[in-house]
Design a protein around this ligand. Structure first.
Ligand SMILES: Cc1cc2nc3c(=O)[nH]c(=O)nc-3n(C[C@H](O)[C@H](O)[C@H](O)COP(=O)(O)OP(=O)(O)OC[C@H]3O[C@@H](n4cnc5c(N)ncnc54)[C@H](O)[C@@H]3O)c2cc1C
Length: 433
């Protein structure tokens, strides 16, 4: 009997997990990836011969689909958990915010405001329903819950610097879920959050998936950009790449939504308009490899206008891997609209003011301690989720028969995450069995 064929566009985690699942269901699978490497937003690059993730990735206790896959691929021994110490940098001071005692000592807020913030965190940890928040912006919800002063100190700059002009439009459920996911990573509220990581980073998981796909007869074709979707009588029948038309029974777009929009044919104008109504914000991330620590914390949020981004992630404080040779690895994410000057600014225009500002955080830091600088940009770092976003979220089965879409927005109100995408790939495999 002829094997069913599947084309998967994109070798990010969603595409690879889909290809892995479908090869096990007997499909002959080809993954088409325009980059020269697998991994998408979770890709690594080589720094001094060692793979380093271009963006930080940590694992939460509730990331069930990811944890199950790690186990299934025999990578359990490479999974480690560590306390994730967090802090807030406000007006020149670094305040630990790891435990409830830290919160009680958080001087930028009044005692009453600290208690209200603690109540909000507890509420988000305990509540599993979010639908009643759907009509609210995070701005309005947090202002109501915390009052204007505490909102301005803790949330305003985080939302403004991350989402720019969309800062006040982000939905309350999106913020609820971020707090929910992270605070659920504590065994109890008095303990610090425990975050997981893979020894060798996400690359280890991606390579294990790629090996399994290829061992089962699947193919991963790098440097292969899909330039169009082929349809016949309204059904998807294949894709066009630079040099060939390739047919298949099933086509899975495991891309970001705007990438699929570009591939859709004229006759899918309605669907295209539905997808194009979802806005994204780009990311420019500066990774510094430094000969000494910047702080003792894993995650630092900032509300100090002199620091040009809304915080940083000192990844080596979670995962002090020998692979980093004793150096500190720190990521500084800058979110920016692709059309804004920041997104296409020369690297030094972003990096120089950033490095200059770091002595505010650690006065002992000097430019000589910076061993390596890597700047990475992606145009679709984060979808913008306004109130009632659940009405906009596209389904996995598209209106074009035989074409399926996997995209982070389908996780709403959850934020984009590896585990969520693996879960979506599992749902798709169940649909195509
Ligand atoms: C700064 C940052 C930090 C993050 N931190 C975490 C974290 O700590 N924990 C966590 O779980 N998640 C985290 N994430 C989220 C996680 O990285 C994403 O949810 C996940 O990688 C998305 O995978 P994906 O396969 O859906 O999409 P992508 O990774 O975007 O993959 C899509 C792939 O499709 C390819 N493609 C697109 N169009 C075409 C085409 N026409 N032809 C061929 N190929 C094409 C792209 O090149 C890309 O490789 C983070 C993301 C960012 C940006």
């Amino acid at each position: 009997m002829r094997k069913r064929t599947a084309l998967v566009i994109g070798a990010g985690i969603a595409g690879l997990a889909t290809a892995y699942n479908l090869t096990r269901h007997g499909y002959l699978v080809t993954v088409l990836e325009r980059r020269s490497v697998i991994g998408g937003l979770a890709r690594s690059l080589k720094v001094n011969g060692q793979p380093l993730e271009v963006y930080y990735h940590f694992i939460c206790g509730g990331d069930h689909a990811l944890l199950a896959l790690i186990d299934e691929l025999g990578l359990g021994e490479r999974l480690h958990w560590a306390p994730a110490r967090t802090a807030y940098f406000v007006d020149g001071h670094l305040y630990p915010l790891t435990s409830p005692w830290d919160l009680l000592r958080f001087r930028p807020l009044s005692l009453r405001e600290r208690i209200r913030l603690g109540q909000l965190i507890l509420y988000c940890r305990r509540t599993t329903h979010w639908e009643h928040l759907e009509h609210l912006t995070a701005h309005k919800w947090l202002l109501q819950r915390l009052g204007p002063h505490a909102y301005n100190i803790v949330w305003k700059s985080l939302l403004d610097l991350k989402f720019g002009k969309y800062g006040e439009l982000i939905s309350a459920p999106w913020v609820w879920h971020r707090l929910h996911r992270v605070t659920r990573s504590r065994s109890n509220v008095l303990r610090p959050e425990q975050m997981g990581f893979l020894d060798g980073g996400t690359q280890v998981l991606l390579e294990a998936l790629a090996d399994r796909i290829e061992a089962a007869g699947g193919r991963i074709s790098l440097n292969t950009e899909v330039t169009g979707l082929l349809t016949r009588h309204g059904r998807a029948v294949g894709v066009r790449t630079g040099d060939a038309d390739i047919g298949a029974d099933v086509i899975v777009a495991a891309t970001q939504i705007p990438d699929l929009v570009r591939l859709l044919p004229e006759e899918a104008a309605g669907y295209r308009a539905q997808l194009a109504a979802i806005n994204f914000i780009g990311i420019v991330c500066v990774m510094l490899k430094m000969s000494r620590n910047l702080t003792d914390f894993f995650w630092v949020n900032s509300n100090d206008r002199r620091i040009p981004c809304n915080g940083f992630i000192e990844y080596s404080n979670l995962n002090p891997s020998p692979q980093f040779g004793g150096s500190a690895i720190v990521y500084f994410p800058f979110y920016s609209e692709v059309s804004a000057p920041l997104f296409s600014a020369p690297d030094e225009e972003i990096v120089t003011p950033l490095i200059d500002s770091l002595s505010l955080i650690n006065p002992e830091l000097s430019a000589e301690m910076i061993e390596q600088v890597v700047v990475t940009r992606d145009p679709y770092g984060q979808a913008i989720c306004p109130p009632h976003f659940s009405r906009q979220v596209p389904a996995i089965a598209t209106p074009i028969p035989n074409l399926y879409l996997l995209d982070s927005t389908q996780l709403y109100p959850s934020d984009r995450c590896l585990s969520g995408m693996i879960g979506l790939a599992d749902r798709l495999a169940a649909m195509l069995r």
